[in-house]
Design a protein around this ligand. Structure first.
Ligand SMILES: Nc1ncnc2c1ncn2[C@@H]1O[C@H](COP(=O)(O)OP(=O)(O)OP(=O)(O)O)[C@@H](O)[C@H]1O
Ligand SMILES: [Mg+2]
Length: 343
């Protein structure tokens, strides 16, 4: 007989007033697996985790942990279930008023009434596990770098040897090298403990490193699930767009379709090759290190003052965008849409 899944979500819906964030989520995480749910910003990843933890109550649907329905249990019973979980929050979410070791030992002292001296020893052991020396334990969180804070968050997540660990965007805000260190620590600690892991991220490098199974969430539904090895060849156009960061996939097209139509009169008298100015590109540092995500030719970029970018594109190519927006990727930032107008 197949083993009971560690976590099972069926038709989970979460609405906030008229807004449906989770539509009908089906997700299964088997014991000992490392499942990573990928998906864009605002697609409902954190809300899904909060529903499993009981921090938010789903509007409809079923959530089972070890086969036990947890959507309709008493608060007292939930506390028991919560002991199975460790969680690394999206920000490290450390308590500023507590020393590092007290942060790590928080659940041991508050939840399990462990004596402080013993809890301190466990905290120091867990800090060592994530590569932090014992003198770090006596510092305040504000004295640590972002990467160190993430490590402390990880030590706290595993302090009580949980059966299930959740990782919410574990690499956000870290440089690629520190992100890789954290990813490796996650892999090692989860394997060491024999735990089940559920991570959510939009960082594909992190997903590839951590996952043995992956799912993709889009518009409040799980639209694909498979092994990590299948993610590049699954043939799902949404997954393909996300994994490869394409600017012309179905998700981007839906965004563009939702934009107001281009003022077509403006284009009628334009020459076959159209120059367009992407206006009002102000960046905090005023530099214009831009590359166009479209096939246009970059004509000029201003290096001082409000950034400005001129593109020349074949008329048809521009018309294909069917909107008054264009996609640009500014160095070090995400792709952005900008209004365009004839130069
Ligand atoms: N308590 C809440 N009340 C109302 N709306 C909420 C609440 N929590 C989340 N939302 C909305 O739910 C949507 C999904 O949010 P969520 O935090 O799950 O996104 P996410 O996929 O984790 O994004 P990111 O990758 O940026 O962290 C957002 O539109 C958000 O505004
Ligand atoms: Mg989130």
């Amino acid at each position: 007989m197949a083993e009971t899944p560690k976590i099972e979500l069926r038709k989970v819906q979460k609405r906030f007033g008229p807004k449906t964030v989770l539509d009908s989520i089906d997700l299964t995480v088997e014991k000992g697996h490392s499942m990573v749910v990928i998906g864009g910003s605002g697609t409902g990843k954190s809300v899904m985790l909060k529903c499993i933890l009981g921090l938010l109550h789903p509007t409809k649907g079923s959530i089972k942990v070890d086969g036990e329905e947890v959507t309709r249990i008493s608060e007292r019973h939930r506390e028991k279930v919560l002991k199975k979980f460790g969680m690394l929050f999206q920000g490290a979410a450390l308590f500023d008023s507590l020393k590092v070791w007290e942060n790590v030992a928080f659940a041991l002292i508050q939840g399990e009434n462990m004596e402080r001296g013993k809890a301190r020893d466990v905290a120091m052991e867990k800090l060592a596990k994530v590569g932090l020396s014992s003198d770090v334990g006596d510092l305040n969180p504000s004295e640590l770098s972002g990467g160190m804070q993430k490590r402390v968050g990880l030590a706290r997540a595993i302090a009580h040897d949980p059966e299930i660990v959740f990782f919410d965007e574990p690499t956000t805000g870290l440089d690629p090298i520190m992100a890789d260190v954290i990813n490796q620590l996650i892999v090692d600690t989860v394997q060491d403990m024999g735990a089940t892991a559920l991570s959510i991220t939009h960082d594909m490098a992190s997903a590839r490193k951590i996952a043995d199974h992956m799912s993709m969430i889009y518009k409040g539904n799980i639209i694909w699930t498979g092994t990590a090895a299948e993610v590049d060849t699954c043939g799902n156009p949404y997954v393909d767009e996300f994994v490869n960061g394409r600017a012309d996939g179905p998700m981007q097209m839906e965004v563009l379709k939702a934009l107001p139509p281009a003022p077509s009169a403006k284009w009628q008298n334009s020459p076959p090759d159209l120059s367009v100015r992407i206006a009002a590109l102000s960046r905090p540092n005023g530099r214009a290190n831009a590359t166009a995500a479209t096939s246009g030719t970059l004509l000029s970029k201003r290096r001082q003052g409000p950034a400005q970018l001129l593109l020349q594109q074949p008329r048809n190519s521009l018309a294909a965008h069917a909107s008054s927006s264009i996609l640009c990727r500014w160095m070090g930032t995400r792709r952005k849409r900008h209004a365009i107008s004839p130069a």
